[in-house]
Design a binder for this molecule. Sequence first.
Ligand SMILES: [Zn+2]
Length: 431
Amino acid sequence: MREYFINDLIEMKDHNVIITNSLTEKGIKNIYIEMNKRIHRCPRCGKDTSRVHDYRVRKIKHQYSLGNKIILHYKRRRYVCLGCHKRFPEENQFVEKYQKISNHTLKVILQEYPKKQSIKDLGERLNISYHTVMRYVNKHITPSRARLPEVLSIDEFKNLSKGDGKYAFLMVDPVNKKLIDVFPNRRKHNLEAYFMRIPLEERNKVKVVISDLWDPYRKLTHKVFPKAILIADRYHYIRQLYWGLQGVRKRIMSKHKKGTLEYYILKKYWKFILKYTHNLSLKHFKPRRLGYHITPREIVDMARNIDDELKLAIDLKDEFYELLHTASYEEAPKLIEEFIYKLKQSNIPEYKYVAKTYTNWGTEIANSFYQEIKEETGEVTDKNYTNGFIEGLNNKIKVIKRVSFGYRNFSHFRSRIFACTNSDLSISFTK
Ligand SMILES: [Zn+2]
């Protein structure tokens, strides 16, 4: 009875296992096990035998849960075939040939690997070295590129592994929220070579590519996805106007002395100024400095009254938001062209710079108004193709980087990203 109890305790479900002794030393539990003697079939000639050839003790790390430290001293039996004299080890379910960790420990490694923790911590808690953990992970977890989707979102993130690029390249399917692949750098010729290895037939299935305003991505998209339209990510191009308006606000603010009401409004309420005025709250609140109740919209009106140039800058920002909310795909190119013209006419230096960028990316910005209407149902798919999902993924990657203190090796980094983001990652326990 006691044996079965211990078997359960160490998650050893094989009832042919016999525990002969156990002793704890320096916090490590040593458990001595062997198997029941049974008839085995000779792997060479198929004859049955129960003749024992010899025993050999193997030490196996057995961490069935985090924190425990158990070493199995497995007295492994070898049988000998009386027909052909073949010697062979007995069968067991808890450790594979040549392995120094139990199968259960391997399972724990593969289950824990995708979680938010560093490999070093995981290894320490399992009493296994970093390199051993990674060796098992690389053997049993195979991240591979997913099939290219119809809508593809591309982006980059700061790479931590040495010797690759400064930025790694990321591809996702934003519609099905799935990671497609991660590539160690975004250098043009490397990316091109990477995509060219994917058959044209598969690349032709990509209908929409979403990216930030980076010229090499535009060239790449046209070259490797001949059937796709390129969409500038809304977040990225709106940000340009944001930055412009921030510049104007700061410039006007610096014209006023610290401590003045003008300075206070422009300094403290920059978030209200950047927002689409139409969406600002109409709820009253009471800033201490003013001493009376006021709404965020009224605050922005105060900012408008401080300076004509700032007023124009705020109004143009609102006009752009209006355009984003209302324009159809057909109207978009013309409306954007008109808007760019107004930016130029405004004579606001910060906006002239924005106008330049928008002119350069006019087609792709207009493409972001693209909407797909399903012919059968007339249903309109999500109008705003954005990189929202990829931005979220980027945050996840930041967490991975933070908990892992950098990766010396990109393939480790890549496999971690796959493990942390894709639930359908292929993990094999039996390989
Ligand atoms: Zn035999």
